[in-house]
Design a protein around this ligand. Structure first.
Ligand SMILES: NC(=O)c1ccc[n+]([C@@H]2O[C@H](COP(=O)([O-])OP(=O)(O)OC[C@H]3O[C@@H](n4cnc5c(N)ncnc54)[C@H](OP(=O)(O)O)[C@@H]3O)[C@@H](O)[C@H]2O)c1
Length: 351
């Protein structure tokens, strides 16, 4: 049994880690931090975990206390910029670290200046970090000590596009991605635009130029393609709590048929535990509503021949495949546990 700590456990991602790990047969959470709720029981914040799931109380944010607790694994569900100096301390102590912030996702230190506006203080560790998407990096994840868990919008976008890029079916210099995102993506700390009276019944784009997830989408798709990928991504805040739906618009690299597209998706995802191709099901296109609570990504595609556009779709639960679920999936690979440990719950319906 691996002993785990969660730093930033009072947030939405921390709560999902606690929920998922409550039924994990190989990982036990022994410490959960929060500055605001130190001393309070976990269910004081995460009401869904009332009952027998955990007897833990939050402890203060203190790296030394984590090190004293004799843990094997630390999940960092902290805001961007907060993990960056915590990671080396944990790695130096020999622990496995799964960072859910963006602090170790990008390989090129210059990209932190460009996209996040700061000089990365540990560029050497960027090379050691493995981007925590098993569908792309399963072999590198085995035994990995530092896992950089992907962003939620980036996960949906990348999973939609992998087959098209891998098989060279679309041009890589101009990919347009539209994402519909639920409010939990903004975290548990209230802000005016995400306050219920503002958000309910409204739809709005945000950060249509320079959304930071573009950096990781381009990085990962460029690795697959072997050529630089240029993408434009516009998320839209929509009135759902969970869920991320990516629609990518691509220009075919040559004439492509529906049969070729199906072949590409089947080759890439036919054996994947957590990706379902929904093209031939009654709902031919993914809907986040039918993955909620699960680690699934539902994917599909379409050709609009008249306009010369190939469209790729993916729906995820942003807090599960887009965050805590994918982090646990990657850790399972890293530690040699069954990849679906803790992740076998089917999606909710209705949700
Ligand atoms: N929400 C998503 O859909 C999603 C998806 C993928 C990745 N992520 C990433 O995962 C991380 C957590 O996201 P979230 O949505 O769970 O955010 P959140 O709900 O705002 O939770 C943040 C957590 O970090 C703690 N915290 C905040 N500032 C801190 C500081 N300066 N020092 C120590 N602890 C601090 C907070 O607790 P206290 O204030 O009580 O200490 C809380 O437990 C972020 O990096 C986010 O970008 C989020």
């Amino acid at each position: 049994m691996a002993r785990a700590a969660i730093m930033g456990a009072s947030g939405y991602v921390g709560g999902e880690l606690l929920r998922i790990l409550a039924t994990h047969e190989h990982v036990e959470v022994v410490l959960a931090t929060s500055r605001r709720y130190a001393g309070k029981p976990i269910h004081y914040v995460h009401f869904n975990l009332r009952g027998h799931y955990t007897g833990l109380r939050f402890t203060n944010h203190d790296v030394n206390a984590v090190l004293r607790k004799d843990v094997d694994v630390v999940f960092l569900a902290l805001p961007h910029g907060t993990s960056v100096d915590v990671v080396p301390e944990l790695l130096n102590a020999g622990l496995t670290v799964v960072d859910l912030s963006a602090d170790y996702r990008l390989k090129d230190p210059e990209k932190y200046v460009e996209w996040y506006g700061y000089e990365h203080p540990h560029p050497d560790l960027l090379q050691k970090a493995v981007y925590g998407m098993p569908e792309l990096h399963r072999e590198e994840l085995r035994g990995a000590k530092l896992i950089a868990s992907p962003g939620c919008n980036a996960t949906a976008a990348i999973i939609a596009l992998i087959p098209l890029i891998k098989e060279g079916l679309v041009r890589t210099d101009q990919i347009i991605i539209d994402v519909k995102a639920g409010s939990s993506e903004a975290g548990a700390t209230p802000s005016l635009p995400d306050h219920h009276p503002e958000r309910e019944g409204s739809v709005r784009p945000y950060m249509p130029a320079g959304h930071r997830h573009v950096a990781e989408v381009e990085q990962e798709l460029s690795i697959i393609s072997g050529k630089p990928v240029r993408a434009s991504l516009t998320p839209h805040a929509v009135p759902m709590v969970r869920g991320s739906l990516a629609t990518a618009y691509c220009i075919p690299a040559r004439e492509v048929s529906a049969r070729e597209l199906m072949r590409a998706y089947t080759l890439t995802y036919g054996k994947e535990l957590f990706v379902r191709i929904v093209k031939t099901s009654p709902h031919k296109y993914p809907n986040p509503k039918y993955v909620i609570g699960s680690n699934y990504a539902d994917v599909s595609f379409e050709i609009e021949s008249r306009a010369g556009i190939v469209k790729a779709f993916a729906a995820i639960d942003n807090l599960v495949k887009g965050a805590a679920g994918q982090a646990v999936q990657s850790l399972n690979v890293a530690l040699g546990f069954p990849e679906d440990s803790g992740l076998r719950a089917p999606p909710l319906r209705p949700a």
